[in-house]
Design a protein around this ligand. Structure first.
Ligand SMILES: C[S@@+](CC[C@H](N)C(=O)[O-])C[C@H]1O[C@@H](n2cnc3c(N)ncnc32)[C@H](O)[C@@H]1O
Length: 273
């Protein structure tokens, strides 16, 4: 495992992905019954934006640094957490487990999986006093088969892999097939990077062939899709919450002028079998 997420924390793909994630969490919070989130590829939880890794790539400059300066009305929960962590000076970027953990109620649960031994140990240490959170140093794809459905019977599986394996989309396809079999009513959220159309098409096809009748696909690219460089990223949602499509459109509309240039693009579409 060579991938270290600290190099990329707070870049434009992170900002879009995490804003979308928090829109889903916001919908789950609307009902009083408890929910569970399985974060299959959790990372470290929080990232020091002044670390040597973050400074080496400088990726935050095209992402959270711009977004922090212009709070968005379409991503209120995301803002609450980022602001609570930072105050007026941007110093730390929250990863997915931190974003989710920050808004859990007493009976909600977060199960976070991280395969990297050092990062998994650090994540365990970070949340060791929080009984709502369990951290597993294990393969998150395999956890889908082992840990679903959760006792709460409602919630989200957040799949955010590093795409360093050549067979990543095959692993995602297997995970979605297992997920649909074990917990067909769960919400599944899969993130993918966009250089060209390949990952988006493969994951959408995999979700439909897993058994989901329709999926929501949202793509946000601040840069041109030239087929070689990182243009942006996308998310695929299976069993998405009601009205999330409209919320994602509002988000993209508001985010585009902040993160995007003239050659950026975005789209939010339903895809059906
Ligand atoms: C893109 S990062 C995740 C970032 C995190 N979800 C967030 O939003 O802050 C991917 C993480 O998955 C970990 N990882 C890679 N393969 C894994 C696997 N099979 N199971 C669990 N974690 C894995 C990597 O070590 C890395 O920390």
């Amino acid at each position: 495992m060579n991938y270290r997420h600290a190099f990329h924390a707070g870049n434009h793909t992170e900002v879009f992905k995490h804003m979308a994630l928090m829109l889903v969490i916001e919908s789950l919070l609307q009902k009083p019954t408890a929910f569970a989130v399985l974060d299959t590829h959790a990372g470290l939880g929080a990232y020091d934006l002044a670390s040597s890794e973050a400074l080496r790539t400088g990726e935050k400059a095209g992402g959270i640094e711009r977004a922090f300066a212009t709070p968005l009305s379409s991503a209120p929960l995301y803002w609450d957490v980022v602001n609570a962590l930072n105050g007026t000076e941007l110093a730390v970027y929250p990863g997915s487990p931190e974003l989710v953990r920050s808004v859990l109620r007493q009976d909600d649960r977060l199960i976070a999986c991280e395969l990297h031994p050092e990062d998994g140990a650090r994540l365990k240490q970070r949340y060791k006093g929080d009984r709502r959170v369990s951290v597993h140093q294990r393969d998150g794809y395999e956890a889908i088969g082992a840990l679903l459905p959760p006792p709460q019977k409602r919630g989200l599986v957040f799949i955010d892999p590093p795409y360093e394996r050549t067979d990543e989309t095959r692993a995602i396809a297997n995970a979605l097939r297992t997920g649909f079999r074990k917990w067909p009513s769960g919400i599944y959220f899969v993130w993918y990077p966009i250089k060209d159309d390949r990952f988006g098409q493969e994951i959408a096809a995999a979700a439909l062939s897993a058994g989901f009748a329709e999926i929501l696909q949202a793509e946000f690219c601040p840069h041109p899709r030239d087929g070689t460089s990182l243009a942006g990223s996308g998310v695929i949602l299976c069993n998405p919450p009601w009205t999330i499509d409209e919320k994602l459109r509002l988000l993209c509309q508001e985010l585009a002028p902040i993160l995007g240039g003239d050659k950026g693009s975005w789209g939010v579409e339903w895809v059906r079998r």
